[in-house]
Design a protein. Structure first.
Length: 172
């Protein structure tokens, strides 16, 4: 399971990615996902997208971002099996991370997923709590949070980027 903004692409500080023109992959991310496609049975993106709920990001633009993101990854030999997003404004929404709704929807759509064998890769504690709420291992990327307590019990491991995590997996 991968978060999107701050993991796959550069996050806009205090703003939203509203169009494909604003979506910029982190260096090496497409290659990392290509490698994950060899290693993992499923690759699922789970992303809070409050900008849609606020009316700042048009739903058609969000869908285009996800379509183009998946196409670029596919052209590089990788894949993303599904993208789940939550436009809800209320933090108590069942689908808004750290709540488990998007993960449970993925489990319903892909019953072959074994959450105890899954990894949640994110750049926030909300992502780590989402993973923990579903019984997953958690990887925190320091892309937007370079100073992090690596001994925090919500985190199993910390990496600089998705590519550095992929490199470590392949080395093992």
């Amino acid at each position: 399971f991968l978060d999107r903004d701050g993991v796959i692409n550069h996050e806009k500080e205090n703003d939203y990615i509203n169009s494909w023109d604003e979506f910029i992959f982190y260096p090496g991310t497409v290659d990392a996902i290509r490698r994950f496609s060899i290693l993992f049975h499923r690759i699922i993106v789970v992303t809070n997208q409050r900008g849609v709920g606020k009316g700042v990001t048009a739903l058609k633009d969000l869908e285009q971002i996800h379509r183009n993101m998946r196409e670029e990854i596919m052209m590089a030999g990788g894949r993303i099996d599904a993208v789940y997003y939550c436009p809800d404004l209320d933090n108590s929404s069942h689908h808004r991370k750290p709540n488990p709704g998007m993960g449970l929807q993925a489990l319903k759509d892909y019953p072959d997923i074994d959450l105890s064998r899954c990894i949640m890769v994110g750049n926030t504690f909300s992502d780590m709590e989402f993973g923990r709420n579903l019984g997953m291992n958690t990887i925190l990327l320091k892309t937007t949070m370079p100073q992090v307590n690596i001994h925090d019990n919500r985190i199993d491991a910390v990496y600089d980027s998705l590519l550095s995590f992929a490199d470590q997996l392949l080395a093992n």
